[in-house]
Design a protein around this ligand. Structure first.
Ligand code: SAM
Length: 246
């Protein structure tokens, strides 16, 4: 059966096309390097050396991605569809990665959050197998649609993934949306690691907090309550988006 692929003219296709260098570099490699370049631009630890020869194309892909973020509704999952398309290329769909379509993730977020203004401590949401971050991005999108951008500052978003590319996609999509659309979330925490065995090893990729938080609201990324909540969520003891005790 023919693979449907990304719709032509879609913002996802624009990014996928920018990552396409013919036979020179694989698109999956280009995606990794684009994430690496994006991390560097945001002053974060680089995780791979980008070959000199690929740099102009990587920089161009990053520019196209950033322009796409600007053109799309804030917190649109752009990299998820691109990654899925690359992962299922050349008839490898049986081995591919499949993420939740954002329309479904948005519906889940709408069904989960209430209309009440959060008061007191931050409302915490976690996806222990975050993929591109579509669940957390969709929650942020729904919060933004529902009210003032200020509401986003009362939420903490945590994501974990075993696949370093996935964890980095969530980190970059959140940080770029905040920077490009001038938005602020209460807290963003992204780990690369196994959420079923969090005590073994989890690498912290990002821990960003809003300057508007009170000092007592800023808690360490690896706070025990959070780590246990990640594990509990991974074992399905907690529904997605449920609060962890602060
Ligand atoms: C089917 S995707 C779903 C991603 C996302 N939650 C969504 O709804 O689109 C599953 C993700 O879980 C990750 N994963 C699988 N086992 C994991 C584990 N033990 N710890 C952390 N991530 C895991 C995979 O790398 C993959 O990105």
């Amino acid at each position: 059966m023919a693979r449907p692929g990304l719709p032509s003219g879609s913002p996802f296709k624009r990014v996928a096309d920018a990552l396409d260098c013919g036979y020179e570099h694989r698109q999956a490699e280009m995606l990794r390097w684009m994430l690496c370049a994006g991390f560097e631009v945001m002053g974060m630890k680089s995780f791979e050396t980008i070959p000199e020869k690929a740099l102009p194309k990587v920089r161009n892909a990053l520019k196209v991605y950033e322009e796409t973020v600007l053109d799309c509704e804030p917190f649109t999952d752009i990299l998820g569809p691109v990654y899925m398309d690359l992962a299922s290329r050349w008839g490898r769909s049986a081995l591919g990665q499949f993420f939740t379509p954002q329309s479904i993730a948005v519906m889940m977020a709408m069904m989960t959050i209430g209309d009440e203004e959060p008061r007191g401590r931050l409302v915490t949401a976690c996806d222990p197998t975050c993929g591109s971050g579509v669940m957390m991005l969709s929650l942020a999108q729904v919060l933004l649609r529902q009210g003032e951008p200020d509401r986003l500052r009362r939420y903490s978003f945590t994501g974990v993934d075993l696949d370093p590319i996935c964890a980095r996609m969530m980190a970059m999509q959140f940080l770029d949306n905040c920077a490009i659309h001038r938005l602020e979330v209460g807290e963003l925490v992204v780990f690369w690691g196994d959420s079923l065995l969090p005590w073994t090893k989890m690498d912290l990729l990002v821990h960003a907090t809003s300057p508007s938080l009170q000092p007592e609201e800023v808690v360490p990324a690896a706070r025990t309550a959070r780590i246990w909540a990640i594990q509990a969520a991974a074992q399905s003891q907690l529904p997605l988006f449920e609060e962890w005790a602060a």
